[in-house]
Design a protein around this ligand. Structure first.
Ligand SMILES: C[S@@+](CC[C@H](N)C(=O)[O-])C[C@H]1O[C@@H](n2cnc3c(N)ncnc32)[C@H](O)[C@@H]1O
Length: 231
């Protein structure tokens, strides 16, 4: 079923807001109308089709719903996405970026990678890269200098993976958005302690600046989003 509803703009260009059953939803305009990517709800408004962006499936949606003003701009010429899985969040970025740029989506699981490649066949702004984000040198010839790096890999060394990709690909003054699964790093410490330690690593070992930290545990257990820059 496709609902018809009122859609409002948000601070973020091409990210929209609606209310369904008193629940606040964010949406993106569907780049491939009539097609769902992960079973998401489709809605129409004034002859345009939108996809509800599920905060329980996408950490970026959770961060936007909880703290929209702290998220950097999302429309860029070149975005590097590490830990793309089957493309749930990538697909919404693809809706947002439209034909203004490319999302270089890195995923090392062959199974998820197959779904990602299929998604990229339908969406021309996604460049799928089936490789290990620990080895940025492997995709140096494919990925250009980028404006934004988004990472969601849920690995113990996730902070170092992000930092090495920033060193290799992030333009001077570019942004990063790091989804941290604290339990992947250390289950014996509180999420707050783990986040503080990762922030210190980013600042002291890699000279990166932290702009915001968003606790998204309302939607994603023991997760936070760290936003920063190399400027
Ligand atoms: C939590 S899932 C990502 C979900 C996805 N970001 C989304 O919102 O749609 C983490 C993904 O990172 C991938 N991953 C983990 N380590 C990786 C690495 N070193 N290189 C590339 N992908 C990796 C996993 O295979 C998994 O698909």
């Amino acid at each position: 079923m496709v609902y018809t509803m009122k859609i409002k703009p948000t601070k973020h260009e091409r990210v929209y807001l609606s209310y369904l059953n008193n629940q606040k939803n964010i949406l993106t305009e569907n780049l491939t109308p009539g097609t769902r990517v992960y079973g998401e709800q489709l809605v129409t408004s004034e002859n345009k089709e939108y996809r509800i962006w599920d905060p329980y499936r996408s950490k970026l949606a959770a961060a936007l719903l909880l703290s929209e003003n702290e998220i950097p701009p999302l429309i860029w010429k070149h975005v590097l996405y590490l830990g793309a899985a089957s493309g749930t969040t990538v697909s919404h970025l693809s809706d947002i970026i439209k034909n203004d740029g490319y999302i270089y989506a890195v995923e090392f699981s062959p199974r998820s990678g197959r779904n990602l490649v299929k998604l990229a066949e339908e969406r021309q702004n996604i460049v799928p890269i089936i490789d290990d984000a620990r080895k940025p040198e492997n995709y140096v010839g494919i990925v250009p200098i980028v404006d934004l790096i988004y990472q969601d890999v849920a690995q113990p060394d996730q902070t170092h993976i992000l930092a090495r990709n920033c060193q290799t690909f992030l333009k001077n003054g570019g942004y990063f958005i790091l989804a941290v699964k604290t339990q992947s790093i250390d289950v014996t410490k509180t999420p707050k302690t783990v986040i503080n330690e990762q922030v210190e690593i980013l600042k002291n070992e890699y000279d990166l600046k932290i702009l915001h930290i968003i606790d998204i545990s309302t939607y994603q257990k023991a997760h936070s989003i760290i936003i920063g820059t190399n400027a």
